[in-house]
Design a protein around this ligand. Sequence first.
Ligand code: GRF
Length: 192
Amino acid sequence: MALLTGSNKINTAVFISGTGSNLKSLIKFSKLKKSPIIIKMIISNNSKAKGLQYSKIYKIKKKVFDFKNDVSEKKIVNELNKNKIDLICLAGFMKILSKSFIKNFRGKILNIHPSLLPKYKGLNTHEKAIKNKDKYSGCTVHFVNSKLDSGKIINQKKVRIKKFDTSKSLAKRILIQEHKLYPAAIKKILSL
Ligand code: GRF
């Protein structure tokens, strides 16, 4: 990871598939004077992703790719290189990146996951935590490696599961914590 010196900010791309509330919190974080990152691109596999609206609002370049094959991935890599992207933040990005893509950006891809990893990798984390009568769930930011939701953990936040929580109510409370956790993880890895 390139070190931050003076006013050099790390060129960052955020990958989304849906609402983009984490994207919004990362954009807000990037706008702080002391923030170590600048968000150069928003990338999505879904042209209808609600979060793409932030491209217009904050004047950030957006690109949509189907991520379906090598050709598409090559185009993305070219685009990221062209924009000198040094950090990729997956934020509600629902596609699994190929091994070669991950290799290309080794140590530079982060993901946020709505569980206390290593518990509940993959989908439906809140349902699983409630069904198992866990006392806590939470969220995790981790580096991305070739195994799903298994890369080195950067930070986590616990959230208590309440008696009458549904997956929806729990997801809502965890999301609030995600919005703080992701910027904190970025600060941590860039050792500020
Ligand atoms: C978040 O809970 C994230 O952890 C999960 O999908 C959700 C995306 O929310 N992977 P948003 O699109 O950032 O609002």
